[in-house]
Design a binder for this molecule. Structure first.
Ligand code: GLN
Length: 258
């Protein structure tokens, strides 16, 4: 399959909104620490399918250079990698066709920080409880790295997409007078985590007492954010809500500050 015209390395970047005309006075342009936390970093976003543009915007909003990754050589000089939301079976297939799957596995094994959202979480999981099969009966593959088992589409189908507020560990850098604000999370046919290995820290769970979407939870809390060393994964999509702290956590992981 042809991915289309070959972009020059690094050219597949987020499009920046044009600077709005501003008549007022810029009182303290550098007061927003978030705007600089990624400065000097090159963060790759796997750009084969899914909402990679939103992730590119999120890292560029944090001051990093976002690099769309569609070819193995583009992986060479990134400080971190994001695997976006989308369709894990498609990203799996395309990553093998474009010979990115093995280089990504190798970079993960070498310690490259990687963040996966939704389909990206599935692609980082060691095991999928209910993998899709291709026409020949072969199950979908993952890059692996995270010692977890995920269940795809666990909360239900597209029309059961839902939003909820989550207590999210590891965001102390964002604490205000009243502590850390909850993370507003959007779930779009997301997976949940059914098993975590000993190396895996649980960062957030959907609490059936508070979630608007309780039908598929059957009264059980479900794990929706995890971290293991240099790997971070969420079942939901901070890149679509303007929630910046999950990307900031990832950037701090890259910088060795979290
Ligand atoms: N259900 C999708 C999958 O299995 C993930 C959905 C998403 O990334 N929003 O890949």
């Amino acid at each position: 399959m042809d991915p289309g015209p070959e972009p020059a390395p690094g050219l597949l970047r987020a499009r920046r909104p044009r600077q709005a005309h501003y008549d007022g006075q810029m009182t303290n342009p550098l007061s927003n620490a978030y705007s600089r936390v990624g400065a000097g970093l090159r963060i790759g976003v796997l750009a084969l399918q899914g909402d990679f543009r939103e992730h590119l915007h999120a890292v560029e909003d944090a001051g990093a250079t976002g690099v769309g990754i569609r070819r193995p050589a583009e992986l060479d000089d990134v400080d971190g990698l994001i695997i976006p939301g989308g369709e894990s079976t498609t990203i799996d297939k395309l990553s093998r066709i474009f010979e990115l799957a093995d280089p990504i596995r190798k970079r993960i094994a070498d310690g490259l920080p990687v963040y996966g959202s939704c389909a990206g979480m599935i692609l980082l999981a060691h095991d999928i409880a209910d993998p899709a099969k291709d026409l020949a009966g072969n199950p979908q593959q993952t890059f692996g790295g995270l010692d977890i088992t995920v269940r795809r589409n666990a909360f239900g189908r597209q029309r059961e997409s839902f939003e909820t507020d989550l207590d999210f560990k590891g965001l102390d850098f964002s604490a205000g007078e009243n502590g850390v604000d909850p993370v507003h999370a959007v779930f779009i046919r997301g997976p949940w985590v059914e098993r975590v290995g000993p190396s895996v820290e649980i960062l957030a769970q959907v609490d059936p007492a508070h979630a608007s979407h309780t039908a598929t939870l059957h009264g059980l809390a479900r794990i929706v954010a995890v971290r293991s060393g240099h790997l971070l994964a969420t079942s939901f999509h901070p890149e679509v809500t303007g929630e910046k702290r999950v990307h900031e956590l990832f950037i701090r992981m890259i910088r060795g500050e979290a």
